[in-house]
Every structure is written in structure tokens, then in C-alpha cells.
Design a protein around this ligand. Structure first.
Ligand SMILES: Cc1cc2nc3c(=O)[nH]c(=O)nc-3n(C[C@H](O)[C@H](O)[C@H](O)COP(=O)(O)OP(=O)(O)OC[C@H]3O[C@@H](n4cnc5c(N)ncnc54)[C@H](O)[C@@H]3O)c2cc1C
Length: 387
């Protein structure tokens, strides 16, 4: 019988399992698919502080960024998951946008986010192929990138191999169908392969975290927010050095709109292709490819980097971000269901925020004092709102 069962082998579940095992807990991860079968295998891998509003999410992002760095340094070279501390460059089209970006960066700096304001005539020193006519930008040296599916797999493997204190095991192809209870307390999970008893259960089911919470009769209003990514043919020269995005992206991330929003987000990858995002829309779990959305993404990327016009797009994919109405993830023990811990609802930042989430969940599982104030993230906020 494991000390803890983690539902979900995405980036967040993998990080929860890694840190739980490291803290000495015997841990079992179950997933109905494979590792990274959910949104982790369908997004990009930016580890950003630059797009986080000052406050609890920025604090979580800064902690997570430090943990990613440690995980990469602990591994070989790029950590085994293509960790690239490349920095992010946010560009403004107008002086008004630049003033807003600079004000945001100033507020973020008070919490420890580093930045450099880049005047218009210095933009090409950082990104030689940027379009002319931009008003300037802000460079965030702490922004980084990982390959999300590899990162999830590596965390699970390292957790299984390294510590000898807590064990880590993985079972794929196992669907959780219910939660086992002894009175109020959760004592494990019911699955299509039989019951699994455990001391505690972690709900790391991402966009499906609300379904797991509903099995315990607890409300978590997590909804899918669809996003497409366009992938170009591999490039040989390093045309794009940073993660580069426009000021409009910051507005889109914070928006509550259900309608389609697109803003240019461009990044190269170590294997060559350039990833072009980002779209956001709330259309349920509809996977139908939308050519108009892809066309918009391509056009916006070429406006930012005209050199991309000569590249072919070779494929596109979509995923469903786990959207929470207040844009904060759900991290912590359910106040109504002892033994059930939630780690889901990270929307478009679950890769970046995974290590901090896993670390904090391991602290709550072991009764340690969490490194961050968990109150803004606690699941009880939705129960209070309903009352
Ligand atoms: C287009 C796009 C771009 C993105 N770009 C970035 C980015 O650059 N940086 C970033 O930080 N984030 C990004 N994101 C968001 C990020 O991908 C997600 O926040 C993150 O993957 C969530 O990870 P997770 O582990 O919580 O969920 P998931 O990866 O979805 O994992 C949940 C797992 O739970 C399993 N599961 C669900 N229900 C059950 C059940 N009943 N029984 C068993 N298993 C179950 C699923 O199979 C799945 O594997 C992007 C998302 C999209 C769509």
C-alpha cells in the first residue's frame, strides 16, 4: 500500500510524485493514458516569470524557476529535458504598450523578478531578425524553456531511481473511476483495474481535475481553454534566441473571455522546429483543427519575425489548458475531504509551475510548513464562494 497515489502523469503529477518520493513517501502514479498523455504533451514548455502578475502566482513562478534550475543542474547538461535558460523578450508595438510593460516589470521586480528595459534601437542586439518599427521591449533573463513530455518522464524516472527513501512507481493505462472513503476520509482510489488503497490521494488530473473532485463531492470549476501550436520545419541557424512574445499576450493570459484570442508567441527548440502560438478560446473539448486560427498564428508570427515567411509549417496540434476562473492553480488539501490533495488548474503555466507545486504538495503531505503561503491556492476558496 503506497503512502500516496498521484492521479495524473503530466508535468504536475510527475513533480508531485518526484518530490513526495524525495520526501520519503512511497508513491504510486496512475494515469489512464501514458506519461504526458494530457495537456503536458500538447503545449509548449516555457518556464516564465515574465507573464505573471505580481502577487501569489509570481511568487510561485519564482520558486518554480529556481527549482527547475536545480533539477537541470542536478541532471546532465540540460537536465535530460532540454532545459534552456534562454530568457524571454516581451516586445511593445507602441510607446503606450511599452509604458505598461515597464510598469509591470517594475512591480514584478519588487518580488524579485529580474528585467532589463530594451529601447527600440537595441532590440535587434538581442533578436537580430525582429521586425522593424517596434517601440521597445523588456528582457526577462530568468525565463527559461523545457521539453514538457521529456521533463515529466525524467521526473518520474529520477524519482524512481534516485532516493531509496521513498519509492516511486508508475502504472499507465489505469483509469480512476472513484475515490475510496472511510467516513469523510479518502483512503485510496477505485480504478478500472481494481481498488488501490493509499494514505493520501493527490488529484493532478489537470483539465480533468474537476471530474476527480466531483467524485469526492467537492467543487473545482476547472474548464478547458483550447490552444493551438503551429510547428515549422527545422531551421539550421539560430534565428530566434529567446522566447519572444508581444504585450498583447500578457493581456490574453489574464483575460476571462470565452472568445478566440491570439497573440504572437515564438520560440525555437533545440531540435530545430520553431513553435508558434498562442491561441486561447473556450470551446469545450473540441479538437477540430481550425485553419482560421492557424492562419492568424502564422500571420502574427511573420509580422514579428518576417524571416519566418520563408519557412513551411509542417504540423499543428492543440491542447486544453486547465482554466480556473481566478487564474490561480489549486494547490493543497481539500478542507471537506481529509486525505485528498489537489494539484491542478494551472491553465497556461502548468509546466513552469510544476516543480513548485510538487514541492509544496510534498510539504503538505509530510506535515512540513510550506515554503509559500498556500492560502491563495487552497481548494476551499471555491467552497467558500459557493456558500
Ligand atoms: C497550446 C498550449 C501551450 C502551452 N504552453 C505552455 C507553456 O509554454 N508553459 C507552461 O507552463 N504551460 C503551458 N501550457 C499549459 C500546460 O501545458 C498545462 O498547464 C500543463 O500541461 C498541465 O499539466 P498537468 O500535469 O496538470 O495536466 P495534464 O498534463 O493534462 O495531466 C493530467 C493527466 O491526468 C490524467 N487523467 C485525467 N483523468 C484521469 C482519470 N480519471 N484516471 C487516470 N488518469 C487521469 C490524464 O490522462 C493526464 O495525463 C500550454 C498549454 C497549451 C494547450
Amino acid at each position: 500500500m503506497p503512502d500516496v497515489v498521484v492521479i495524473g502523469a503530466g508535468a504536475v503529477g510527475a513533480a508531485c510524485a518526484y518530490y513526495a518520493a524525495r520526501a520519503g513517501l512511497d508513491t504510486l502514479v496512475v494515469d489512464r493514458g501514458s506519461v504526458a498523455a494530457g495537456t503536458t504533451g500538447a503545449g509548449e514548455g516555457n518556464v516564465l516569470v515574465s507573464d505573471k502578475a505580481p502577487g501569489p502566482e509570481l511568487a510561485l513562478a519564482l520558486l518554480s524557476r529556481d527549482l527547475w534550475l536545480g533539477l537541470a543542474e542536478d541532471g546532465v547538461g540540460d537536465g535530460g529535458f532540454e532545459y534552456e535558460p534562454k530568457g524571454g523578450l516581451v516586445v511593445a508595438r507602441t510607446p503606450h504598450e511599452l509604458a505598461a510593460l515597464t510598469a509591470l516589470a517594475g512591480a514584478q521586480a519588487e518580488q524579485g523578478a529580474e528585467h532589463v528595459v530594451v529601447p527600440a534601437d537595441a532590440l535587434t542586439d538581442h533578436e537580430p531578425h525582429l521586425a522593424p518599427g517596434l517601440a521597445g521591449g523588456v528582457l526577462y533573463p530568468q525565463d527559461a524553456q523545457v521539453q514538457p513530455a521529456l521533463a515529466a518522464a525524467r521526473l518520474i524516472r529520477r524519482g524512481a531511481e534516485r532516493f531509496g527513501r521513498g519509492t516511486l512507481m508508475l502504472r499507465t493505462g489505469v483509469t480512476v473511476t472513484g475515490l475510496l472513503r472511510a467516513g469523510e476520509r479518502v483512503t485510496g482510489v477505485a480504478t478500472d483495474h481494481g481498488d488501490i488503497l493509499a494514505g493520501a490521494v493527490v488529484n493532478a488530473a489537470g483539465t480533468w481535475g474537476g471530474e476527480i473532485a466531483a467524485m469526492a463531492g467537492t467543487p473545482l470549476p476547472i474548464l478547458p481553454r483550447r490552444g493551438f501550436v503551429l510547428v515549422t520545419e527545422p531551421i539550421r541557424e539560430p534565428l530566434i534566441r529567446h522566447k519572444v512574445y508581444t504585450a498583447a499576450y500578457v493581456t490574453d493570459v489574464a483575460s476571462d473571455s470565452e472568445d478566440l484570442e491570439t497573440s504572437a508567441v515564438v520560440e525555437a527548440t533545440p531540435s530545430g522546429p520553431v513553435l508558434v502560438g498562442a491561441s486561447r478560446e473556450r470551446v469545450g473539448f473540441d479538437r477540430t483543427t481550425s485553419v482560421p486560427v492557424l492562419e492568424r498564428l502564422a500571420r502574427q508570427a511573420v509580422e514579428l519575425f518576417p524571416v519566418l515567411a520563408g519557412l513551411r509549417a509542417i504540423r499543428a496540434y492543440c491542447g486544453f489548458r486547465p482554466y480556473c476562473p481566478d487564474h490561480l492553480p489549486v494547490i493543497g488539501q481539500d478542507p471537506a475531504v481529509p486525505g485528498l490533495h489537489h494539484a491542478c488548474g494551472h491553465e497556461g503555466a502548468g509546466i513552469g509551475l510544476a516543480p513548485a507545486t510538487g514541492h509544496l504538495i510534498a510539504q503538505t503531505l509530510t506535515g512540513a510548513v510550506p515554503d509559500l503561503d498556500l492560502r491563495p491556492f487552497l481548494p476551499g476558496r471555491f467552497q467558500e464562494a459557493r456558500r
